[in-house]
Design a protein around this ligand. Structure first.
Ligand SMILES: [Zn+2]
Length: 494
């Protein structure tokens, strides 16, 4: 089955094929670096990561650009409040973004570009729009003339032909009801950073940044542009207008959008106290791999309801996968091969690939792999899995992990490497201030394991899933594998 992607522009599932050769040129709207990105942002960035990984898996070369919006209303406001120059202020959040990406196992795009490094490209594009009659100056700012571009509204699927000519908006974010001529270049304000240009000193509007940066690296027409669904209007609609008016060519073939993340059924907001950055979750003891798993587990066109119970289940699911791989590589099996079982592994591979071909249906891809894990575990328990069958299962598991990237048991090592946990300290202090389980690799007695499992059960009954997961993780580090069953937790040594 060919890869099919849902295109917001045509509102259809379309067979995907790059415009030129075997290389996919794609652009993903990146973060505005005025604060730490929150888990809703990471839902979108992880969708882009799954997309990029699966395109590579499908055999394509990639030319992928992600922008860093380091000049806009928000970055200027916050840097001024902090009394810092814009560049130094945004450096801090770019660094944090890069660290978060490593924690979440996100691949680096081929180009990660700061907006302020592309100002001359933006100025050139605005000049072209002025020259062609699509833009005009007023009081030192330059605006895009929506009435001069009749296709405006093609992505939003709204008829904007009634937009009043000459009515302008200076803010970068506005709703469909307030559609009007939007700002390309903002006249310099007292105390704000500015660049000298033929149309006067000032700074770019947010929308022109992405048009200029994408076309600079990908050409005037490219394959895929993606972002959160809240960017469809006005940001992406404006990008299309600016780019197509300037070049006279189609801007992007496939537009892809990730739906919102909600928290316990409510919109995430600081005022509701349900606002989380990745770092907030790490501080509570959750593993970055579990955050990655949870945020990619729901297909991108469906809203994702984030709950701590869901995060807890994600950790359990990852442990199940890691335990399965551990058994496959370490346990002794009878000699020979069981072709029926090997076919089961091949079938799981076909199923997860078919699911991802279907507009990246990650939920079904997960389902396919867990069906295989269940059958594989059962076969091992019954002594039916043979030595010659290991490879078929490992192959499917590893192929699947090229997209999902959670099998490697490296959460703790990454947290140490990136400075979240000190190397000299155990990740988790033991009971009564004693040594942590991770320091007791050879010395945990059966009684001590039993005590930790009892403590974990009590934590779970009390709803303290973070503590429960820490105990499980520490036992795993101490070489003890836990499996939750209906009859309670089972354990064995590695
Ligand atoms: Zn953008």
């Amino acid at each position: 089955m060919p890869l099919r992607l849902y295109n917001t522009l045509t509102r259809q599932l379309e067979d995907f094929k790059p415009l030129e050769g075997n290389t996919v040129r794609m652009y993903g709207c990146g973060p505005t670096v005025y604060d730490y990105a929150h888990i809703g942002n990471y839902r979108t960035f992880l969708f882009q990561d799954v997309l990029r990984r699966y395109l590579k898996y499908a055999g394509y070369e990639l030319r992928h650009v992600t922008n860093l919006t380091d000049v806009d209303d928000n970055t200027i406001r916050n840097s001024q409040a902090a009394g810092m120059p814009l560049r130094a202020y945004t450096d801090k959040y770019i660094e944090a973004f890069l660290i978060d990406r490593q924690l979440l196992n996100m691949e680096e795009p081929e180009f990660l570009v700061r907006a302020t490094d592309c100002i001359p490209d933006m100025v050139k594009l605005i000049q072209a729009l002025v020259d062609k009659g699509f833009a005009y100056s007023s009081e030192g700012s330059v605006y895009f003339k929506v009435a001069a571009f009749p296709p405006y509204g093609q992505l939003t699927h709204v008829d904007f032909s009634g937009v009043r000519a000459g009515a302008r908006v200076d803010t970068d974010k506005y709703d469909k009801e307030n559609a009007r001529d939007f700002v390309l270049w903002k006249a310099a304000k007292e105390g704000e950073p500015f660049w000298e240009t033929p149309f006067g000193p000032g700074r770019p509007g947010w929308h022109i940044e992405c048009s200029a940066m994408s076309m600079k690296y990908l050409g005037e027409t490219f394959d895929i542009h993606s972002g959160g669904s809240d960017l469809i209007f006005p940001h992406h609609e404006n990008e299309i207008a600016q780019s197509e008016a300037a070049t006279g060519k189609p801007f992007v073939k496939v537009w892809m959008h990730a739906e919102h993340l909600i928290v316990n059924g409510e919109k995430m907001s600081k005022s509701l106290g349900n606002f989380y950055t990745l770092r907030d979750l790490l501080k509570q003891g959750y593993r970055p791999s579990a955050v990655r798993y949870l945020l990619t587990s729901v297909p991108h066109r469906k809203p994702l309801n984030f709950t701590f119970e869901g995060l807890h289940q994600a950790q359990q699911s990852i442990d199940r996968l890691r335990n399965f791989r551990f058994r496959l590589t370490k346990e002794n099996f009878p000699a020979g091969a069981n072709l029926t079982l090997q076919n089961r592994a091949h079938e799981a591979r076909q199923k997860f690939e078919a699911a991802l071909d279907d507009n990246l249906n990650t939920a079904e891809a997960l389902g396919a792999i867990f069906d295989m894990v269940r059958d594989g575990n059962t076969a091992m328990d019954r002594g039916e899995l043979c030595d010659g069958d290991r490879e078929a299962f490992l192959d499917t598991l590893q192929r699947w992990d090229r997209i999902f990237a959670v099998l490697e048991d490296d959460d703790h090592a990454k947290l140490v490497k990136l400075g979240f946990v000190k190397p000299s300290e155990p990740s988790e202090p033991g009971k009564d201030g004693g040594p942590s389980a991770s320091g007791l690799m050879e010395t945990l007695s059966d009684e001590e394991i039993g005590a930790l499992i009892a403590e974990r059960a009590a934590a779970r009954r009390g709803g303290d899933y973070a503590r429960s997961d820490e105990i499980r993780a520490n036992l795993l580090k101490a070489g003890v594998i836990l499996e939750d069953t209906k009859a309670g937790a089972r354990w064995k040594r590695k």
